[in-house]
Design a protein around this ligand. Structure first.
Ligand SMILES: [Zn+2]
Length: 323
């Protein structure tokens, strides 16, 4: 075993101090991480109640979001906090140069509690992608299973060549896809500009104006016929026939106008669209409770593999097609 600096972004509770330098405990979050371990070791907390308590105490992850249940669980199994660095991808372990926040003994005890060997039972894990993905090879369901401390999704069809997928890699692929789909400020500007241009010559507007003009013409015609009836140029039966036909046409035209989309609704829908497509990554974090502590490497080749296997590219294409 040998000593070297941690090659990734500092986990929650630590600060980056520069390339090749050991991470330093963060004055704000390090005490909270120590509290988190102490509270869990007290045996008085499930993961869920611990998450609530840490939220109440002000523990926040990246993007200043409350740390999710999954995030709390990941903190409780991150060896970094007792001084040892584990590269998830390779399983390689080495001693870090950084100051530990807890002892190895505390860490080991936490793992025992979590495994349910002693102390209280932890909250059952709700698998994040249960029922969401299908196998890219045979279209069979991908069923989650927990092995040691990780969740895997496995195709259940016998003879299918699909290997299992790790949940955190699926998350990485989804985030990567969302980052691509998410609109940049530049793209928002372009989209809004396009809408303005299209609006000026839109079929919708042309349609509305043409219907209004026909209604106006019919109303004028009706008024003129009334004048003709009064001055005796038009007889009563002819007037009634012409009036009936004009009134019918008017009601048809008004109904057509009512069926056109409401401009206020369209504006609201466009605003919602922009807001959704500018905050996709944050929305995902909010909805799916992604762990803010990321200590696994995010190699693009790995993510590309996952893309292929989980059909996230389909999602991406689908969303892009809507732009
Ligand atoms: Zn399969």
């Amino acid at each position: 075993m040998f000593v070297r600096p941690y090659p990734f972004k500092a986990p929650l509770g630590y600060l980056d101090t520069g390339r090749g330098q050991a991470k330093a405990p963060c004055p704000q979050t390090a005490p909270l991480i120590k509290d988190l371990y102490a509270l869990y070791l007290s045996g008085q907390h499930s993961l869920r109640s611990l998450q609530k308590e840490m939220d109440r105490r002000g523990l926040r992850g990246h993007f200043a979001n409350p740390v999710s249940l999954h995030g709390i669980e990941k903190i409780l199994r991150n060896t970094f906090y007792h001084g040892q660095i584990t590269i998830e991808r390779t399983g390689e372990t080495f001693d870090g140069k950084h100051e530990p926040l807890i002892t190895k003994r505390q860490f080991a005890r936490v793992q025992q509690i979590k495994a349910g060997r002693c102390g209280q039972k932890v909250t059952r894990h709700n698998h994040q992608f249960q029922g969401v993905f299908r196998c890219g090879l045979c279209d069979g369901p991908m069923v989650p299973e927990r092995q040691k401390l990780k969740v895997y999704y496995r195709c259940q069809k016998a003879h299918c060549a699909m290997t299992c997928m790790r949940q955190d890699r699926i998350e990485d692929a989804i985030l990567k896809a969302l980052e691509v789909v998410q609109l940049t400020p530049q793209q928002i500007k372009q989209t809004q500009q396009l809408w303005v241009e299209r609006n000026a010559q839109s079929d919708l507007d042309i349609n509305r104006r043409s219907l209004m003009a026909r209604i106006e013409a019919l109303e004028t015609k009706l008024a003129r016929m009334t004048d003709l009836l009064i001055d005796g140029t038009l007889d009563k039966p002819s007037f009634e026939t012409a009036k009936q036909s004009a009134t019918f046409d008017l009601s048809q035209l008004r109904a057509q106008i009512d069926l056109l989309p409401d401009p206020t609704d369209l504006r609201r829908q466009k605003a919602e669209y922009i807001s959704l497509f500018t905050s996709m990554v944050d929305t995902y974090h909010g909805l799916c409770c992604i762990n803010p502590v990321r200590d696994s490497s995010r190699e693009s080749s790995m993510v590309a593999d996952v893309h292929e296997q989980t059909h996230t590219l389909d999602l991406q294409d689908h969303e892009l097609a809507r732009l």
